[in-house]
Design a binder for this molecule. Structure first.
Ligand SMILES: [Zn+2]
Length: 469
């Protein structure tokens, strides 16, 4: 019997040295330094090269796919076991205790951007492979550590990789949590826009000059602002807004300038996969705007929001209410709103749907609904959901390995978010965050406990071996 935990423990020092070096590379998307062979900029390319050089120096076969992705391979055989990770990170946020690209260990926690998402787990998976190679364990499949470089933005890395390389027959991604994520909702992301007609603006009491809310499609908007001009009574407008905020128990204010009034509303930000847990500032502000005598363009924009999205978090007004007992209800989040009079008007809609719903059909329905208000889809991204039965061989193997090494019961998790696993067929998310531990990905002072990474090396080594033997 192999003692995987001891094998992992024996690598602790060299693992940490290498990981710290790797984390110093600020591998954030930077298209201003993109070149041929480095499509996402210099730093991402440096990080990819770092891993590939490391693999090469250890005697692995390595391949660089024009800087879009790379893999480190071991073993021979018809099939491929794929371990999918990514080496790009989100930008550093403000207020770090120690600089995000100067890794620091305090009380057993390794602090750095990428420590948990996903450079720490990438290095853990690499050392797992290294253990298998050094012990010369017999495998009947090729094992590939596939490293993407654009996971945090558009997944262009895996699109390129899979158009040039074979699809692994089975695999896992160390980019989420333990025990195993076996079900993920479908993900539909559509940006709708409407052209400006050259109609002259009619005399109305109020004119909607601008409406702005939200920054990212996968967030519930925290702030919304509307700028209103026109010939109406400013005092009355401000009074009515205050009254509205009070009755609805909302936070916000109205601000008067020379030729306009600015209305601001504060909601509550939350991840867009659970819009019911946030409070969309845009939707709340719409409840007020719809009561005003606005110009026809402004009114139509507000009407579209009101009739499609207000009180429609579960798709009520889109006739999309549906759920299953694996991942739950369909949810709707509008993450970004832009209305700039005579310039632009769009919304960015994100729908998370049950496994058995058809994303393309939902997309068509949404297109039809918004066409009523003159909006057309500009950009559509549909990623179907997936789910594995607990008796799927991949799930059974990973669950058994987890239970053997941790002594804890394995449990299949269902999530509303999209993990990297869906970039491959027959792939599930497996670690590295253990149950009860804090998830700090994308946050200030991102960290992972060093002992957890060492535990992950042991689990990954056994898991890879069992899948490839
Ligand atoms: Zn990640």
């Amino acid at each position: 019997m192999m003692n995987w935990i001891l094998e992992a423990e024996s690598k602790r020092d060299v693992f940490l040295d290498k990981l710290i070096e790797f984390l110093k590379i600020p591998s954030v998307l930077d298209e201003s330094t993109a070149t041929e062979g480095a499509p996402f900029g210099k730093s991402i390319n440096d990080a990819l090269q770092f891993m590939l050089n490391f693999g090469k120096s250890d005697g692995f076969t390595v391949k660089n796919l024009s800087g879009y992705a790379g893999h480190i391979e071991y073993g021979n055989g018809e099939e491929i076991v794929g371990i999918l990770s990514h080496i790009d990170v989100v930008p550093a946020t403000e207020g770090w205790t120690t600089p995000p690209f100067s890794p620091d260990i305090r009380s057993g926690k390794l602090y750095a951007r990428g420590a948990t998402d996903d450079k720490g787990p990438t290095m853990a998976a690499y050392f797992a492979l290294k253990i298998i190679k050094e012990l010369k364990l017999p495998v009947s499949k090729r094992i590939r550590l596939i490293m993407g470089t654009d996971e945090e933005t558009q997944w262009r890395c895996m699109e390129h990789y899979l158009s040039h390389e074979e699809m692994p027959s089975v695999g896992f991604t160390p980019d989420a949590e333990f025990p195993i994520i076996t079900a993920e909702k479908g993900f539909l992301d559509v940006q709708f826009a409407k052209d400006w007609s050259t109609d002259s603006v009619e005399d109305s009491q109020w004119i909607l000059e601008s409406f702005q809310s939200g920054k990212r499609v996968n967030m519930v908007p925290e702030y919304a602002t509307a700028i209103i001009s026109g010939a109406g009574d400013v005092f009355e407008l401000k009074e009515a807004y205050q009254e509205f905020l009070m009755t609805k128990r909302l936070e916000g204010y109205a601000e008067e300038a020379d030729d306009h009034v600015k209305l601001v509303l504060h909601g509550r930000a939350h991840h867009g996969s659970e819009p019911e847990k946030g409070l969309s500032a845009a939707l709340e502000l719409t409840r007020f705007l719809i009561t005003l005598p606005l110009d026809s363009h402004g009114h139509q924009y507000v009407q579209m929001i009101n009739e499609c999205f207000v009180d429609s978090i579960f798709g009520e007004k889109l006739d999309m209410v549906t759920e299953d007992d694996i991942v739950g209800k369909l949810t709707v989040n509008v993450g970004v709103y832009r209305y700039e009079r005579q310039k632009e008007q769009f919304v960015r809609v994100n729908i998370r749907y049950p496994i058995h719903a058809d994303g393309n059909q939902l997309g068509e329905k949404l297109d039809e609904k918004l066409a009523v208000y003159g909006f057309k889809p500009l950009y559509t991204d549909n990623k179907p959901g997936h789910s594995f039965d607990n008796d799927h061989p991949l799930v059974k193997t990973l669950a058994r390995v987890y239970e053997e090494q941790t002594g804890l019961p394995s449990r299949s998790l269902a999530v509303a978010g999209a993990t990297y696993a869906r970039a491959l067929k027959n792939c599930v998310a497996y670690g590295p965050i253990f149950p009860g531990k804090v998830e700090t990905a994308h946050q200030t002072d991102e960290y992972i406990e060093v002992d957890d990474l060492i535990r992950a090396i042991g689990i990954y080594a056994q898991a890879i071996y069992e899948l490839a033997k």
